[in-house]
Ligand binder design. Sequence first.
Ligand code: XMP
Length: 512
Amino acid sequence: MAQIIAVLDFGSQYTQIIARRIRECSVYSKIYHFSTPAETLRSEGVIGIILSGGPSSVFSEKAPLPDEEIFNLGVPVLGICYGIQLMGRLLGGEVAHGDRREYGHGTLAIQKPGRLFSGLPKRLKVWNSHGDKLTRLPAGFSAIGTTENSPFAVIEDRKRGFYGIQFHPEVFHTDRGVDVIRNFLVGVCGAKQDWTTEDYILRSIEGIRTSVGKSRVILGLSGGVDSSVAAALIHRAIGRRLTCVFVDNGLLRKGEREAVVSLYERNFKIDLRVVDASALFLKRLKSVKDPERKRKIIGKTFVEVFERSLRQVGAAKFLAQGTLYPDVIESVAIAGNPAALIKSHHNVGGLPARMKLALLEPLRELFKDEVRAVGAALGLPREVVWRQPFPGPGLGVRVIGEITSERLRVLREADAIIQDEMMKSGWYWKVWQSFAVYLPVKSVGVVGDERNYADVIAIRVVESKDAMTADWSRLPYDLLQQMSSRITNEVRGVSRVVLDISSKPPATIEWE
Ligand code: XMP
């Protein structure tokens, strides 16, 4: 039986991050509802339990409580934040109700490293977020670490393998937090660190097969990392019962549609329906200049086209989406099932609500880097796994002002040259996004002996971690020169190329 670390979810916004840290240690974990019977955990082969934090106070009438039998399973337990207070309360210690939440950085001093802090420094910066506080230890426990405000910041019952931590080891703001978690998993629970991305894929495939049964699944493929990995994973699980729909909105990059068809239809043998709706999109965008109106028209038309294409696919029961964990907005209600109440903001134009299809989101626990690892393990090429972000409205927000087929042609050609040069020089992989922008400005140029008025193309290349802030990339002059001369020579109708050297803020990454 597989070794499982059970994470009991008491509603913390960090529960999924605990699971992620466990995966980082190559150990398998599963998130369970806080009230899961101890017997279920035993029968599934749980070798250790982590009690997550949570927004409740143990003094609240509605405080979520675990099955107390979990403490008699003979497996180690680590209580984090709300989890340590639960242990204090349920195992006979005392907890004081705090009037104020202690929130932010603190310094942890370790008096006795024990197994949990083995190999770690004696002082660590930690992240607190708690109201109540343990004031008397339960029998069998001793305090091994203190913070400025708490003599019982880390507690241990070495014999039973019970540990409590007042702060959050799972968050980035806590120094060496992942080492603390690894010490619990390996040093205390005896977990073997043999859980890999392939194992993750096998589990997901099992999960997808169980939830889908014999039904059909439909997925809107955009060519981006998330929907591509979701498609490959679901296809591995149910083969031709997955249908992917790729909508050509006429605002794609050069060769994009062909690349998607070649990869999914020819290589992966996925049932892919390409819907060419470019004429409809361009008709509706005619004379529209305002960026937000463009976005609305593109979004609405996409939903319409996608819905229409569904009728041709036949009776699908599931709509698959490549929602990732960071897309998931937490709105956890403790009384119900926390997982069921988490909402997604990633549902393409509100599709699921309208279509009465069940959602299938096989990536919703994963972070971007993990999705890339899954994609690579599934055999997706580097161009897909490490593809730069591309906005839903596509070139529609990169032709400034009115969109016409001629402007799109110019932009597409110029953009293809930028991509080509970025790839050839290896810069494509180093930056966040690189693209061309079409400026509706006529500028003077000279062709042969004649003056002409032609279009302007801007080069936009930025570095960023999360698109919230961005800095313009310092590309080598030679590379910029190469892009510029190729664009003016090879793209009919461009007389001038400019470089965008604005950072975000105050500028945004896209021009519209
Ligand atoms: P900005 O331009 O706001 O962009 O700095 C931040 C990130 O979001 C992308 N972006 C969009 N993505 N629909 C999308 O799916 C949109 O309307 C949209 N607008 C901007 C942009 O490419 C960058 O990665």
